[in-house]
Design a protein around this ligand. Structure first.
Ligand code: HGY
Ligand code: MN
Ligand code: MN
Length: 416
C-alpha cells in the first residue's frame, strides 16, 4: 500500500485547459497576453479565477491590495494554512504561463484533493498576488511586498502609470479592493510554481528546478534633462542632448554587468524620450535600469559604478540627472525545509531535478521574509519569457504541478 500521498498526481488535462481558458482573457497581438494589473482584463481574469475557486468549494478572501485568498478548510481550522499561488497579471507583451501556471497549479492541487477525497490538517489557501509584474505600476511584486511589510500601502496606492492613473484608484475602479488588512494572515508555508523564464532546465533536459535562491534586483529610474533644440540648425558643441546621455548610460549598464559574469545581468527596458519629435534634440529622457545578481556585494558594486558613470556622462554632455530607486530586494535564500519538500517530491515522483537560482523576481521572494517559502520551476521553450511567444509543454506543466501537489500536501499533513 502506498504511503498516504505516495502516488498523488494532478489532472493535467484540466490544468492545461484552465490555463488556455485564462489565456483568452486579455489576449496579446501575437499569441500571448496583455492582462496588466488592475486593468479591466485583470478584473475579468479575477472573476474567472473566483468562479473556479467557488466551484471547488473554496472560500474567497480579498485584502486591501486586491490579493485573492481562496481557502480550503483543514481538519484543524485553527492551524495556519499552507499557501500556494503566484500571480495572474501579465506583462504588456507577456506569455500565457508566467504567474498563471502557479495560480492555476495551486487551484489544481485543491481540485485534485477534492477528486481524491483527501483531507489535510492545515487549511490550504490558493493565492493570486496583485501586481507581481510591476510593468504598469512599479515596483514588481507590489502586493506581496506590502504583505511582507517592505512596501508602504498608502505610498503604492499613489504610484502612477504612464497615463497618470493611480494604482489605488484603478484597483478600486475594477472593483477588486478588499477590506481585509494586508499582512495579518499567518502562513505555515508558501509554495510557488513558476516557469524558469531562462534556458537552464531545457538545455540540460531536466524536468524540475528546485529553487534554492532568488537573485537580488535593483530598479533605478533615471531622468536626464538637457535642452530641446533644432536637430538641423544647432551646432554639435552647443547641444545638451538627453537622448545621447541615455544611449551612453544604456551602454554603461551593459558593460558593467559584463564585468561580473557569469551571473550578473543588466539592461534598460523602459525608455521615454521627450518630446520624441524627429527634428528636435531630446530635452528629457526617463528610463529604468534593471540590474540583478545572486550576490549582494555585486549588486551594490554595480549600483555604485552606474551612479558614478551617470555623473561623468552628464558632466561631459552638460545635462542634469535624477536617480530614483523604484525597486529593490536583496538576494533570497529559500527555506531549507520547504526546499527539501520540493526536492523529495521530485525524487519520489521520478522527475529529474536540479538546484537552481531564480533569475526572475517572484512573490515568493517577499513572502520568504514572513514565512517558510520555496519554489518549484519547470522549463520553458528556449528559456523565453516576457515575450508573447513564451511556451511550455503540457508535460512540463504537469510535472511541476505534481511536485507542487506533493510538497503542499506533505506540508499540510494528510489526514489518513
Ligand atoms: O521582474 C521580474 O523578475 C518579475 O518577472 N516581475
Ligand atoms: Mn512571474
Ligand atoms: Mn513576469
Amino acid at each position: 500500500m502506498a504511503a498516504p500521498g505516495e502516488n498523488l498526481q494532478i489532472n493535467s488535462d484540466r490544468l492545461w485547459d484552465s490555463i488556455m481558458e485564462m489565456a483568452k482573457i486579455g489576449p496579446g497581438i501575437a499569441g500571448g497576453n496583455n492582462r496588466q494589473t488592475v486593468t479591466d482584463e485583470d478584473g475579468e481574469g479575477r472573476h474567472l479565477f473566483k468562479r473556479w475557486c467557488e466551484a471547488a468549494g473554496l472560500e474567497m478572501g480579498l485584502d486591501e491590495m486586491g490579493t485573492m485568498f481562496a481557502r480550503r478548510e483543514g481538519t484543524d481550522p485553527e492551524l495556519p494554512p499552507v499557501y500556494v499561488g503566484s500571480h495572474l497579471d501579465t506583462q504588456p507583451t507577456g506569455g500565457k504561463y508566467d504567474g498563471v501556471l502557479g495560480v492555476l497549479g495551486g487551484l489544481e492541487v485543491v481540485r485534485s484533493l477534492n477528486d481524491l477525497g483527501i483531507k489535510t490538517r492545515h487549511p490550504i489557501v490558493v493565492t493570486n498576488w496583485t501586481n507581481e509584474e510591476g510593468a504598469r505600476f512599479a515596483p514588481a511584486m507590489m502586493a506581496s511586498g506590502v504583505f511582507a511589510g517592505v512596501l508602504d500601502q498608502a505610498d503604492v496606492y499613489g504610484h502612477v502609470d504612464k497615463a497618470g492613473k493611480k494604482f489605488g484608484e484603478e484597483l478600486e475602479r475594477i472593483g477588486w479592493k478588499g477590506s481585509e488588512k494586508v499582512g495579518e494572515r499567518k502562513i505555515h508555508a508558501f509554495f510557488e510554481l513558476h516557469i524558469e523564464q531562462g534556458p537552464i532546465l531545457e538545455d540540460e533536459g531536466i524536468d524540475i528546478g528546485v529553487v534554492t535562491h532568488g537573485q537580488g534586483l535593483k530598479w533605478l529610474q533615471v531622468t536626464l534633462t538637457g535642452k530641446e533644440a533644432h536637430t538641423g540648425s544647432t551646432p554639435m558643441p552647443k547641444r545638451r542632448n538627453a537622448g545621447l546621455g541615455m544611449a551612453r548610460v544604456i551602454e554603461l549598464v551593459h558593460e558593467i554587468a559584463m564585468d561580473y559574469q557569469p551571473d550578473a545581468v543588466g539592461a534598460v527596458g523602459h525608455m521615454e524620450v521627450y518630446p520624441n519629435s524627429r527634428n528636435i534634440i531630446a530635452g528629457r529622457t526617463v528610463f529604468t535600469i534593471d540590474i540583478r545578481s545572486p550576490e549582494k556585494e555585486v549588486l551594490d558594486a554595480m549600483d555604485g559604478r552606474i551612479r558614478e558613470g551617470i555623473d561623468t556622462i552628464c558632466e561631459a554632455l552638460d545635462i542634469k540627472y535624477q536617480i530614483e530607486q523604484v525597486g529593490h530586494f536583496d538576494p533570497v535564500t529559500f527555506d531549507k525545509g520547504c526546499v527539501k519538500a520540493v526536492r523529495d517530491a521530485a525524487e519520489r515522483l521520478g522527475y529529474t531535478h536540479r538546484n537552481i537560482v531564480s533569475g526572475a523576481g517572484h512573490d515568493a521572494c517577499w513572502i520568504n521574509r514572513v514565512a517558510p517559502t520555496a519554489m518549484v520551476m519547470c522549463p520553458c521553450v528556449d528559456g523565453l519569457s516576457h515575450n508573447e511567444a513564451e511556451e511550455i509543454t503540457k508535460e512540463w506543466a504537469a510535472a511541476g504541478a505534481d511536485v507542487l501537489f506533493h510538497a503542499v500536501v506533505e506540508t499540510a499533513e494528510i489526514v489518513a
